[in-house]
Design a protein around this ligand. Structure first.
Ligand code: PEP
Ligand code: MN
Length: 378
């Protein structure tokens, strides 16, 4: 059950306690307050979890502080779309709005290898006016003998340089809860010049303790990568783990699925699921063409496979593109073969702009058609 608090009620207002006190009267029911900073208003909702079947709506509805009470289905209670719920407006972080309408491109290094490469990447982004990126510090590698990322060593120079080049948000994978503390400390020490989106990698998609941990902290939003060998439902339930612990600022990232021998792409591209995730949940949806394709292979038409699948995600309404670039892919210590070069950044973005415009036209066409059909029915 979701109790939606009136918009004029301030965060921390004493009346909210009335809802929590009322909920406490029902045995087996826990109440959790969720605050989502939307672009035009902040939304406060109290979620009742547990045996809520017998809990009546009316006593909550009668409270002055309550705008509406919604009974939700069992599935995806926190992240799902529920009838009667106020339209979710996404969330704001570092002045950037992440929702199901916007599109952000986050090109960056799969793994930070040198300070120079991080700076070159940031400078290239600043040149094209991009403020969102990816920078891997903690790398989960298949072989223990492969480069494992620079870890906390690189955080001071990455954050400092990000501030220098106006980068607002960095997607950074964490594989252990201690990494969050390290990021916290390094960001504070640098004077918080940028923000971090905590990336949960595909290999940790069902690491429930890690999911609960990122859900319990409020400082950083989460970029959750779909599990490569589990069902979509299992991945969405994993996001539910994060949200049910208190952090519903989650972006779901599609990154391809494991197939036999990974041929011809590193993973089977699953971007047809962009609209599916948007329909089932309120989360913004990201696509990662680099980890899906795994190479810089080019089709006879001159476009790389990475560009082709990026376009598939964007034409389907993706809200974010996480993509590997590197100043010198030949020397990259991780995933060099799939990284695009910095001179490819501008044409890559121009290509995305063409596709995004086409998506916006398609969306307008569909909406116009739906409203004229409604008009005809009235
Ligand atoms: C990554 O984005 O660097 C990464 C390791 O991705 P995934 O978890 O999707 O394999
Ligand atoms: Mn990678």
């Amino acid at each position: 059950m979701i109790i939606i608090v009136k918009p004029e009620v301030r965060r921390g207002a004493p009346e909210i306690q009335q809802i929590l006190d009322l909920a406490a009267r029902y045995p087996g029911v826990a109440a959790r307050l969720h605050v989502v900073e939307g672009s035009t208003r902040s939304l406060m909702e109290v979620y009742l979890i547990g045996s809520t079947e017998e809990v009546p709506l009316e006593p909550f509805q009668e409270l002055d502080v309550v705008e509406r009470v919604v009974r939700v289905s069992e599935k995806y209670r926190m992240i799902g779309r529920h009838k009667g719920q106020i339209d979710y407006e996404g969330f704001q972080y570092q002045g950037v709005t992440f929702d199901q309408e916007t599109l952000h491109v986050a090109p960056g290094l799969c793994a930070v290898d040198t300070r120079e490469h991080a700076e070159q990447m940031f400078a290239a982004l600043q040149d094209v006016g991009i403020t969102t990126t990816r920078m891997g510090a903690y790398k989960p590698r298949t072989s223990p003998y492969d480069f494992q990322g620079l870890g906390k060593e690189c955080l001071p120079f990455v954050f400092e340089a990000a501030g220098k080049y106006g980068i607002r948000v960095i997607a950074m994978e964490i594989t252990h809860e201690s990494h969050i503390d390290e990021i916290h400390t390094a960001l504070d020490a640098a004077g918080s010049p940028t923000g971090v989106l905590l990336q949960i990698g595909t290999r940790n998609a069902q690491n429930f303790e890690l999911l609960k941990f990122v859900g319990r902290q409020q400082r950083f939003p989460v970029l959750f990568k779909r599990g490569m060998g589990i069902t979509l439902e299992e991945s969405l339930n994993a996001c539910e783990y994060v949200a049910s612990e208190g952090n519903s600022r989650i972006i779901l990232c599609l990154r391809g699925m494991k197939t036999n021998l990974g041929d011809p792409h590193r993973n089977f591209v699953d971007f047809a699921h962009v609209p599916v995730v948007k329909r089932l949940t309120r989360m913004p949806v990201c696509v990662d063409p680099s980890h899906s394709v795994g190479s810089r292979a080019r089709a006879p038409d001159g476009l790389s496979d990475v560009q082709h699948v990026t376009a598939q995600g964007v034409i389907a309404g993706a809200n974010m593109v996480l993509v590997d670039f590197h100043p010198e892919p030949g020397t990259a210590l991780c995933d060099g073969p799939q990284a695009l070069t910095l001179d490819e950044l501008r044409p890559y973005l121009e290509d995305i702009a063409i596709v995004r415009e086409a998506y916006e036209k398609r969306r307008k066409l569909a909406r116009d058609h739906a409203s004229s059909a409604r008009g005809a029915g009235a």
